[in-house]
Design a protein. Structure first.
Length: 168
């Protein structure tokens, strides 16, 4: 190779190195300009943060909707359980009330029978006492005052017996 060829080869290599250095220098300058351009970088960062916030907000909204649906379902289930429990308690109370009603009616009828039996007995005793008083009046002298006194005593005896019947 001749020296002129070598020189051309060296020039070509130098030209390539210069072009490469210019390209690298251009990239470096671009990077420095980008770093130095704070408003543009702030705007980019703001856009990034905005995008992240929108994505996070969307995620949170979806989570909130899902949680709301879950809570609603739980509330419906719990409400249904409570309603069923209330219905059962209501039917149990009605059943027990009917049992007690039957027992009270039965006991009331028993007491009514006892009262009726006792009143019949006392009425019979009052009638017997009145008959005895009549007999006693008819056996006693026929004086008018004696008969009136006996009738008054009989009347008092009947009233006492009736009051006892009413009181018991």
């Amino acid at each position: 190779m001749s020296s002129s060829e070598q020189q051309r080869l060296q020039e070509a290599q130098l030209q390539e190195e210069i072009a490469e250095l210019r390209s690298d220098l251009g990239d470096t300058v671009e990077a420095l300009v980008h770093k130095a351009d704070v408003p543009a970088r702030a705007k980019e960062r703001g856009n990034e943060l905005k995008k992240e916030a929108v994505e996070r907000g969307t995620e949170l909204k979806e989570e909130a909707v899902e949680r709301g649906i879950e809570l609603r379902q739980q509330a419906v289930e719990r409400g249904t359980e409570l309603l069923d429990r209330g219905n059962k308690l209501s039917s149990d109370v009605l059943e027990r009330g009917n049992e007690l009603k039957g027992e009270l009616l039965e006991r009331g009828n028993e007491l009514k029978g006892q009262v009726l039996a006792r009143s019949s007995e006392l009425r019979d005793r009052a009638i017997e006492a009145a008959e005895r008083a009549r007999e006693a009046v008819s056996e006693t002298p026929t004086e008018r005052y004696v008969k009136l006194a006996c009738a008054g005593l009989a009347l008092i005896a009947v009233m006492v017996i009736v009051r006892r019947v009413r009181a018991s």
